[in-house]
Design a protein around this ligand. Structure first.
Ligand code: XCC
Ligand code: SF4
Length: 651
């Protein structure tokens, strides 16, 4: 009974600030189709689970502890609230780290198969980056062939995953003092497989039952993501498919074209997307589409691989995580091709209702009701030919009316670390000196990473957008990835003209260099670009000796995935204050809570923060940045500026 009532009561505009998604949500409601945003509104989260206070690690339970009175009760085995929460946290970190490492391992395999000739459709396309990455971990590059360097790099990076003892290779890229802290704490990752396995082993009933010890392993497992699997994924993807540099791209559902065959690729790994891109440019398929009366084939991305392809090639992007079902409601999507991660099972039902082909392509991700056409990098056409044929056929038999929200925003994307370095210093003196100088002289107050998912528990895009506006207004340069980047792109902040919304110091720097105050770096694995950029800032000098010294903070204001927890925790373990919006699966006034939100910082790492309101998140980040400025002796007394009504109208 409640269903109808809820749908009537909750206005679409309360669930999302994305007008295109709003329009499609209303259309879906009229047509009797339920989307994720409505399902979320109807789901009442378990009040114990939301605080991570229940345990189902053995079948004596599940045991539900008391969130109001956390020390009043223990599990049947005697596990305390701290053990239960630390184990739940650990398993989220392990899963998130596993997802990124699995992705990175696949990228490494492609790299290896290019070197040994088993893959012919891709090649090493950025030799300069190959040499830079190899040299950064001590591989000799002088006078050696591409193949020799690549072979050594491949062998070395394999350790990221399979090494049993020792330190993963990319640890060498972190500032010395940061690594020293890790060594002292015993949290330098050995190899991702080992760390994830040990993490899961420790959380088995009757194993590690000290929240501090469990969380230490969580740190090691998270670092094996950030400085391991994710970083390998980003660096090798750049070497194979190109290092991003600024490119104009259109974002939002208006990128769909009614008179074209529309294909959306949604997921996380770039390889399948690259091959679909090659296929849509194949004259054979363009002619085939025209034969069926279409003007051409229109390829767009969604979520993270979309963000990655947008950064590398300027491919249009249709929207972030909360919009993937809504976009199908346009009726204009002839095929949605997916690989792994963040692919809602709900897509299958929506696709069925609108006669869209939902095509899974990855052996690690099948969905009941979808068509599975497996993608193999050694023979990409075997998959892409079928995908294209299906999409073109669907165009010619479109039976439902098409309604595309006419909303598109153009922005600049593709700010890799390499480009930022070049842009700041110019060809001859590429480097971070100008950034550090401007931070030291106070024009730029600090740098923030605003990243991560959208979560229908909060109004889509709203927290991202309000937070970023607050930050730039306070002279904080914002770096973005993932679904957060798409939120701000839709809001129009990824253009140099957005400098008018920034504080005067940041605006001056942006105008001089010709950049937006909000820089899009790509997908979630590309958060490692932030680690590398931050390390470059430390190495440049003047801002302390470790990552923890920097006037830098991070946020995932609308997070939802376990990957987000792994990312958040590798930033914390790397020394960065990281704030999550929405809420945090932890009971306050517990020892585990204190460890996350205070304890780590005392150990020389970063720390966690949590706040739901965007202005509150901004305040936490700005206060932290000011604290770091003070510790560095570069503070000037300055007030936090609030975005007032006049400013809002001005925007
Ligand atoms: Fe997924 Fe990566 Fe989160 Fe977006 S930001 S909802 S993890 S697609 Ni990565
Ligand atoms: Fe309960 Fe302990 Fe079993 Fe968890 S491990 S379900 S707390 S008995």
């Amino acid at each position: 009974m409640n269903e109808k009532k809820i749908r009537k009561e909750i206005k679409a505009s309360d669930l999302t600030t994305c007008e295109a998604t709003m329009q499609m949500l209303e259309k879906a409601r009229k047509e009797g189709i339920k989307l994720n945003l409505d399902r979320a509104a109807e789901m009442k989260a378990c009040p114990i689970g939301v605080k991570a206070a229940c345990c189902k690690n053995c079948f004596m339970g599940p045991c539900r502890l008391d969130t109001k009175n956390p020390y009043s009760k223990v599990g049947i085995c005697g596990a305390t609230i701290d053990t239960v929460m630390a184990r739940n946290f650990a398993r989220m970190v392990a899963t998130g780290s596993a997802a990124h490492n699995d992705h990175g391992m696949h990228i490494l395999k492609i790299f290896k198969q290019i070197i040994n000739g088993e893959i012919k459709d891709y090649a090493i396309s950025d030799n300069l980056k190959l040499e830079q990455v190899a040299a950064s971990i001590g591989i000799d590059v002088q006078g050696r062939s591409t193949k020799e360097i690549a072979t050594d790099l491949c062998e070395e990076l394999e350790k990221t995953y399979t090494q049993v003892e020792g330190e993963i290779p990319f640890v060498k890229r972190a500032p010395e003092k940061t690594v020293e802290t890790w060594r002292k704490l015993g949290i330098v990752p050995r190899g991702a497989m080992r760390e994830v396995m040990e993490m899961l082993s420790r959380t088995h009933i009757g194993s590690d039952q000290h929240y501090e010890s469990l969380t230490k392993q969580s740190s090691r497992t998270a670092l094996a993501d950030g400085w391991g699997g994710s970083m390998v994924a980003t660096e090798l993807s750049d070497i194979m498919f190109g290092t991003p540099s600024p490119v104009l791209a259109d974002v939002n559902m208006g990128v769909l074209k009614e008179d074209h065959v529309n294909i959306i690729v949604h997921g996380h790994e770039p390889s399948m997307f690259e091959s679909v891109l090659a296929a849509v440019n194949d004259p054979f398929f363009i002619d085939a589409a025209k034969d069926k009366g279409a003007e051409g084939i229109n390829l767009v991305g969604m979520c993270c691989s979309g963000a990655e392809m947008m950064s590398r090639h300027g491919i249009a992007h249709a929207g972030n995580f909360s919009s993937t079902e809504a976009v199908i409601v346009t009726g204009a999507v002839d095929a949605m091709v997916v690989d792994i991660q963040c692919i809602k099972q709900g897509l299958a039902e929506v696709a069925r209702c609108y006669d869209t082909h939902l095509i899974t392509t990855n052996p690690r991700c099948h969905i009941e009701g979808a068509t599975h056409i497996e993608f193999d990098e050694q023979d990409p056409k075997k998959c892409t030919d079928k995908v294209l044929a299906k999409a073109i056929a669907r165009y010619s038999t479109r039976s439902k009316p098409v309604e595309i929200p006419q909303l598109t925003t153009t922005g600049v994307h593709g700010f890799s670390h390499e480009y930022v370095k070049y842009m700041l210093g110019g060809t001859f003196r590429g480097g971070y000196t100008p950034l550090n100088d401007n931070i030291i002289n106070g024009r730029i107050r600090g740098v923030a990473g605003v990243v991560g998912c959208t979560n229908p528990k909060v109004k889509q895009d709203y927290v991202h957008i309000e937070l970023v506006k607050d930050l730039i207004k306070n002279d904080i340069l914002v770096l973005q990835t993932g679904c957060s980047q798409i939120a701000l792109a839709k809001a129009g902040l990824m253009v140099p003209e957005a400098a008018c919304m920034a504080g005067s110091g940041l605006a001056e720097v942006c105008e001089t260099v010709g950049i937006p105050p909000v820089l899009g770096l790509g997908s979630c694995v590309d958060n490692t670009r932030i680690l590398i950029a931050a390390s470059a800032m430390v190495k440049e000098g003047g801002l302390g000796n470790s990552l923890a010294d920097l006037p830098v903070a991070g946020a995932a204001p609308e997070w939802m995935s376990e990957k987000a927890v792994a990312i958040g925790h590798y930033f914390v373990a790397s020394g960065i204050f990281t704030v999550f919006g929405v809420g945090f699966p932890v009971v306050d006034k517990t020892k585990f809570y204190d460890l996350l939100f205070n304890g780590f910082e005392k150990q020389g790492l970063g720390k966690w923060g949590v706040a739901a309101d965007p202005h509150e998140i901004a305040k936490l980040m700005i206060d932290h940045i000011d604290k770091k400025r003070k510790q560095l002796g570069i503070d000037k007394s300055r007030e936090r500026i609030l975005v007032d009504m006049a400013d809002r109208r001005g925007l």
